[in-house]
Design a protein around this ligand. Sequence first.
Ligand code: ADP
Ligand code: F6P
Length: 764
Amino acid sequence: MTGMQDMTGGRELVMVSNRLPVDRVVDEAGNTSWRTSPGGLVTAVEPIVQSLGCVWVGWAGSAGERLDPFDIDTMHLVPVELSEEDIELYYEGFSNGTLWPLYHDVIAQPEYHREWWDRYRKVNRRFAEHVAEVASEGAIVWVHDYQLQLVPAMLRELRPDLTIAFFLHIPFPPSRLFAQLPWRRKIVEGLLGADVIGFQQTTDAVAFRLTVERYTRAPALGNTIMIPETADAPSRTVLAQEFPISIDAESFAATARRPEIIERARRIREDLGDPRTVMLGVDRLDYTKGIRHRLKAFDELLADGEIDPTDTVFVQVASPSRERVDAYRQLRDEVEGTVGRVNGAHGTIGRAPLVYLHRGFSRDEMVALYLAADVLLVTPLRDGMNLVAKEYAVCRADDRGVLVLSEFAGAADELRDALLVNPHDIEGLKAAIVRAAHMPEEEQRRRMRRLRRAVYDNDVAHWAAGYLGAVQAAAEAKQAEPGGLVTEPVQVMTSFVPRSIEDRVRRLAALPSLLIATDFDGTVAPIVSRPQDARILSRAQRALDVLQESGGVRVALLTGRSLSGLAETGVRSEGWVVSGSHGSELVGLDAAEAGQAPVDGPLTDAEQQALARVTRRFERIFGSEPGVRLEIKPFGLAMHTREVPDPEQAEELLAAAVVLGEAEGMHVREGKMVREFSVRSSDKGTVLQRIRAALPAGPVLFLGDDVTDEDVFRVLGPDDVGIKVGPGETRAGERVPDPHTAAAVLALLAELRTGIVIGSSAPS
Ligand code: ADP
Ligand code: F6P
């Protein structure tokens, strides 16, 4: 991979994971060799360390062995010893009997044992001590996964000079599930020792930030967690953000192009009896992967006669995993029993519909299998990402093959052109398998091209640039403030613009006239508890100023706030068009333009009376509820519940307000922890069309985060660009995770249009 060398700014990189990237294998004759460790962690991280080189601290995979550090290629490996008891209590126990099921939606029942927890703490300390010993001054330490969540805080205590990054490769559970964990606060505090915490999906990062707010005194501002000052340490920030992991797409694609691999794929099909359809599953043998559900669906399809066992073969590769943990042992027994039963019932001499391979394969063999498969079934019940799905897509440069993908895999966020399934719905799963087996070539081509593009758009180099870019920014901030006090949130310097958006922004930047419209709260100003405390990010303000000054651009701010509420935030909007109260207020067009975009007149008497009555009722019913804030607006009122302490209570209050507002004939709008009631219907989409009619023709770039912004996304045309900020359903064509990335998009546009670079620490 190119361009990686400067990703750490010359600092040493120290990787820390439970397992080293290679496992030590001793054969019967006592000869030792090293083989690649199982799992997606190594697949994703290997290309990065090949480029950068690193020290890697981890366990070598067998019990009670004290090994000296050794080198392989660009890596200096430092083994951490685990005794038989450590493996039982820390690895099989707390890591894989408590955390793994808890973090995977409790698909299996997590067990909570104090003895397991004690050992988890001790082993985490051992890892932290090893790292503290080997890391050079000012190094970047990258800690991986759920087995080592206490290491960041332990390491910070031992070596405050280090920059500490953590990446969780599996999902982070919703707050209500995490709440089960007796040691929940300790785990959160352990993680908060890091400077940057990376997650696979937006939902994981959001769940973590909510959990932090619930169990510590540290508030989250956007994706930055503010750690308050203590007697021993100054205040600091932790970036907790999603960085969806990926693969070295080009390296897989290059393997798939090799003639001997193509030949091997042909031979695999031949060996399988040249069936019409080869289906493939590739997983660690883990209960989260949905292998049972998949086999059940296949079995039923054979029994129903929907799949003909004489022309279809399903190859299930299941690499051995955690074989001493009860749930894994049971799974293996069950899967192997099912395979025997299915083949017994539907196989013929020389032909078995199910081929089950319980071992690891080389990269080349995996790629040949991908090329041989007409259908890949990736149907986990829950998976942080799933790299197998991405590997299949990039290997299929022939544009053939169908990916059936669980909506509960992180990869489903990016791979929208797969056949998405709910693996719990066996009928739905069966239907998708049959559809995949009979998909016309033209549809296969169209879907596969888009899948490949999605993986290339966020390949491992892009992922590493985003994640390590954030880490490097944290390291630089630390260097600038040796005491550790970081006044500006770290992510201000780090957000990276997704590649698909970058391409569209480049095209916009070259056009003669352009309307740049944006929502305010949650889009260019991070959400805060009290609406009056919200502030536009300095980078967004500066980018919008620069754009407004560049010829041919108009900036418009479309907010649900009243104009007076907006003024409280101190945003500088001179020269901009500003619409308040969801389109009911509009200022900033000159007289000629305004003639083209008339706003509605003032309220009629009847409307005023209706509004006064509703306001009185709301004040009487909700006015004294703790945490509720009623905001009176020119055309209605808004009820905010961000400060209601109990989230369930807040939801109930909002629901009651909606019932009341609707009974009073008000137009109701939903927002994040707010409901708006208006005597007149107006929306941001309508006002955008008015503004656009008043200005010279040109495309629109619109950024918004909330339900009310969907009215704008709905009216955008094919040349416009709509960007949703944050999670949730949307009609927008693009998405960025948070306001900081939204600001980065605006800064990129400003830079491309004017050449003025607006850094992440732009002065406001
Ligand atoms: P997880 O990290 O949970 O194991 P992923 O799908 O993200 O799941 O990653 C699995 C990785 O392991 C992929 O790179 C895949 O190619 C590889 N892999 C899975 N099964 C085998 C196997 N039997 N032999 C070799 N590699 C395998
Ligand atoms: O993220 C999944 C993960 O646990 C990784 O930490 C690891 O690489 C892989 O699965 C394999 O797990 P184990 O080391 O328990 O065999």
